[in-house]
Design a protein around this ligand. Structure first.
Ligand code: GLA
Length: 464
């Protein structure tokens, strides 16, 4: 059996291959341009194009990597290292809301979907449970107008964005929108590159409270500078706008993705994607999509970077997104619990007009949501890893802990944990609550053990 560690080694090897293949492709692609530059002026002897040596190609590659990580102008202090720069003071707990992408994708996103979703969020308990942001993902935009300003797609959004924002606000919700740091978005709609201040002003005038800013079609832009520029533009509007950095870490092995957003994101945005896009599946990569387990293994080690105002974002929820395929109910409960343990943004993505009770019981589990939203803002982590059986711990503001017993294996298993694994003396008696059974189990000394279903969790809140 391939365990998780060997799986991650395999992943690194295949990632390395992809990078080399991409870089080799870049060197090949660069050749004709270099040839054109070397072309001799008319009337002089024709110089023969000399291919770059391996060393020259390597130096060019190194420079390219350096340029994407270092500021393009070395006299500029990197925003993340600028002592005078502060964060925007927003998102002191992980953002919660709903986003159109996982269910409606590009084509099916319409004004009607957004209005229906707003109605549901305001009446089905979600808004009151903390799901505040209604976020339109890619594919809301039409072409830029004669002044270069963004416009809504007139067919899909006939009332326009200001009216839609007003509607969302009237329901007691906040309005989120999507753009991209490149010339085009991932779905090839207008991106904000070169229009940052203009777009930020449009967003503010529509009442936008949250911007998700993607990283497609960015060419050789410097990542940190590109995000800092938009962050500054949003702040210049004077409106409180949560800034969601969608730059996936190193998951997309292309030429523009060599930086690690968690290393520079803290003073620039409020959350940053740490992985490729989530798939409605337990495990495995398909194109740019990866499963819940793959995401967990990438996001968990990043716990030191998370805190109030700046969160690791392991992507949006797949809970209830497709009832006939994808994650089982057990897996959806685990997905939600793990996201709460990791203090992840909780951004639902299911069709709220057909939400069933099983989905509601997950998304509206107030005990689990409270773990995610805990004021201390600590990201939980694995404190024990026995292969497929794991124990996780998340410190909470009241001195307690959220404790997760997680069974990745294909059959039910007993998992035990001692209080000393959570920073308490074993002799301590702690009050234990089971967050999925919704039951207080009394004060328990030493530790806890339970039978955990395959791919399932037992989640506790303990308090000395
Ligand atoms: C990227 C992002 C997704 C989504 C799509 C939209 O893949 O990572 O979350 O926004 O673009 O095109």
């Amino acid at each position: 059996m391939i365990n998780r560690k060997s799986r991650s080694v395999l992943r690194m090897i295949s990632y390395g291959r992809l990078v080399s293949a991409t870089l080799a492709g870049l060197t090949l692609m660069a050749a004709p341009a270099a040839q054109a530059q070397n072309a001799a002026p008319a009337g002089t002897a024709q110089k023969r194009y000399v291919a770059r040596t391996a060393e020259e190609a390597a130096a060019a590659r190194a420079k390219r990597v350096y340029d994407t990580v270092q500021p393009s102008n070395p006299t500029i202090v990197r925003p993340s290292l600028d002592n005078k720069r502060t964060a925007n003071g927003l998102a002191l707990t992980p953002p919660m809301g709903w986003n159109s992408w996982n269910k409606f994708g590009c084509k099916a996103l319409t004004e009607q979907v957004v209005r229906d979703t707003a109605n549901e969020m305001a009446s089905n308990g979600m808004r009151d449970a903390g799901y505040a942001y209604l976020i339109l993902d890619d594919c809301w935009a039409g072409p830029r107008d004669a002044q270069g300003a963004l416009t809504a797609d007139p067919k899909k959004f006939p009332s326009g964005m200001k009216a839609l924002g007003d509607y969302i606000h009237a329901k007691g919700l906040k309005f989120g929108i999507y753009s991209d740091a490149g010339k085009l978005t991932c779905a090839k709609q207008p991106g904000s590159q070169g229009h940052e201040y203009q777009d930020a002003m449009s967003f503010a005038s529509w009442g936008v409270d949250y911007v998700k800013y993607d990283w497609c079609h960015t060419g050789s832009r410097n990542t940190e500078e590109a995000y800092a520029l938009m962050a500054d533009a949003l702040r210049a509007t004077g409106r409180d706008i949560v800034f969601s950095i969608c730059n996936w870490g190193v998951d997309r092995p292309n030429e523009s993705d060599k930086s690690l957003p968690w290393e520079w994101g803290m003073k620039i945005g409020n959350l940053w994607r740490t992985t490729a896009d989530i798939r409605n599946d337990w495990q495995g990569r398909v194109r740019f999509g990866i499963g819940v387990l793959d995401i967990v293994d990438k996001n968990e080690p990043l716990y030191p970077y998370a805190g109030p105002g700046h969160w690791n974002d392991p992507d949006m929820l797949e809970v209830g997104v497709d009832k006939n395929e994808g994650l089982t109910w057990e897996e959806q409960r685990s997905h939600f619990s793990l996201w709460a343990m990791m203090a992840a943004p909780l951004i639902a993505g299911n069709d709220l007009t057909i939400m069933d009770d099983a989905t509601k019981n997950i998304l509206l589990n107030k005990d689990v949501v409270a773990v995610d939203q805990d004021q201390l803002g600590a990201q939980g982590r694995r404190v024990r890893d026995d292969g497929d059986l794991e124990v996780w711990s998340k410190p909470l503001a009241d001195g307690g802990r959220a404790v997760l017993l997680f069974n990745r294996s294909g059959s039910p298993a007993r998992i035990a944990t001692k209080w000393s694994e959570h920073g308490y003396p074993d002799a301590l008696q702690v009050a234990v609550r089971d967050l999925w059974a919704h039951r207080d189990l009394g004060r328990i000394k030493g530790g806890f053990s339970a039978e955990v279903p395959s791919h399932g969790v037992v989640m506790l809140r303990v308090k000395p």
